[in-house]
Design a protein around this ligand. Structure first.
Ligand code: NAD
Ligand code: WQD
Length: 340
């Protein structure tokens, strides 16, 4: 039986590459469209090693409407998972136009090309950042928008654009997936996250300290009103997220509509919880200091995941130790990312 082709924009990136593995395992054929502005073409060799199948590749920019039209002409695309975008909160403050151009403009151009090709199934990468500093946790999907950065506002704007699109043409099948804090790596250790330069995010920083690339972690604030004083987040394994995309895709393929779901574990973990779990699984000591709070950080938040479970039958299966163990395997085997 021929398999369905799924266009995966940003499919060479951190979450996209893992989703290609999950899509192939579920019997789909991913077509990766990526500019490689924040990824490495060699990830495709790794995906092939894991999956036994190489995703098709289209190198280019998601804002290139003519390129998108050609992809839809050449392949019978059954749906699109749209990861391509920029994600650094600080950069979005410094260069908001670039973020609105790529994240908002890119989605509009993609949706136009999809509409012209009569491909109306779209899974969009949104973020818990649309909630800003929520009134309470766990955060339900109905919580108000309160994005606090240009990056967060690009996610909110795209969510609203997609709602308008669905209102105008209910034949669209759209899922807006709000990820909490994606971490970890594929259990093979062959694909994972490789930030350029000094990592901003906790898990890559901790892994780089463990492997000896960085001397010590600075914990951004030890005086939050949380059980141990450090910030609390909902860390979710990237393979659980990847499987959540497959579940969402299957759901919207069977049910036209507009779906908005949190993807997290529903469990809040502190910075020290992550550090200690990493120490247990790696046997390394993570040297650390407690510094001042990081500007813009929310003290604590985690997801209400009841809707994802009820709608998709999906829930995160992997715990914080597995997230750390898989990050550690990837980091140890690939200290220079895909260069090694
Ligand atoms: P990533 O940077 O690893 O992946 C994004 C991919 O998109 C990269 O391969 C990059 O080369 C590509 N890309 C960027 N601009 C492009 C363009 N104009 N045209 C074509 N390709 C382009 O990031 P990720 O962590 O995998 O995130 C994927 C998506 O999920 C993003 O939209 C991000 O905003 C969203 N998200 C990420 C997180 C997170 O913490 N990682 C949390 C919530 C939401
Ligand atoms: C986690 C915790 C830090 C680094 C970001 C984006 C968000 C979403 C996910 C895309 C916090 C603490 C961190 C360090 C530390 N991305 N920390 N020392 O900020 O929750 O979310 O990624 O949508 O939009 O903002 O993730 O990993 O940076 O921080 O103590 O060196 O770790 O203060 O409590 P964050 P993070």
């Amino acid at each position: 039986m021929p398999t369905s082709h799924i266009l995966v924009t940003g499919g060479a990136g951190f979450i996209g590459s893992h989703t290609c593995v999950a899509l192939t395992a579920a019997g789909y054929t991913p077509i990766v469209l990526d500019s490689f502005s924040n990824s490495d073409v060699r990830v495709l060799d790794r995906i092939e090693r894991i999956s036994g199948q190489r995703p098709l590749l289209v190198q280019g920019d998601v804002r290139d409407g003519a390129l998108l039209s050609r992809v839809f002409e050449q392949h019978a695309v059954a749906g699109v998972i749209h990861f391509a975008g920029l994600k650094a909160v600080g950069d979005s403050v410094a260069d908001p136009l670039q973020y609105y151009d790529v994240n908002v403009g890119g989605t509009v151009i993609l949706a136009r090309a999809m509409a012209a090709a009569q491909v109306k199934t779209l899974i969009f990468s949104s973020s818990a950042t649309v909630y800003g500093e929520p009134e309470r946790s766990p955060i339900p999907e109905e919580a108000p928008y309160a994005a606090a950065s240009p990056y967060g506002r690009t996610k909110r704007m795209v969510e609203e654009i997609l709602a308008d699109l669905h209102f105008a043409d209910p034949a669209w099948r759209i899922a807006r997936l709000r990820y909490f804090n994606p971490v970890g790596a594929h259990e093979s250790g062959l694909i994972g996250e490789h930030p350029n330069g000094k990592p901003n995010n906790l898990m890559p920083f901790v892994s780089q300290v463990a492997v000896g690339l960085r001397e010590r972690l600075t914990i951004h604030g030890g005086d939050y009103p949380t059980p141990d004083g450090t910030g609390v987040r909902d860390y979710v394994h990237v393979m659980d997220l990847a499987e959540g995309h497959v579940a969402a895709l299957r759901h919207v393929m069977a049910h036209p509509g507009l779906l908005t779901l949190n993807l997290g574990t529903g469990i809040g973990g502190s910075v020290l919880d992550v550090v200690r779990a990493f120490e247990r699984v790696s046997g390394k000591t993570i040297a650390r200091d407690v510094g001042p709070r990081r500007s813009g950080d929310v003290p604590a938040y985690w997801a209400d995941v009841t809707q994802a479970k009820a709608t998709l039958g999906w829930e995160a299966k992997r715990d914080i130790e597995q997230m750390c163990a898989d990050s550690w395997r990837w980091q140890q085997g690939n200290p220079k990312g895909y260069e090694g």
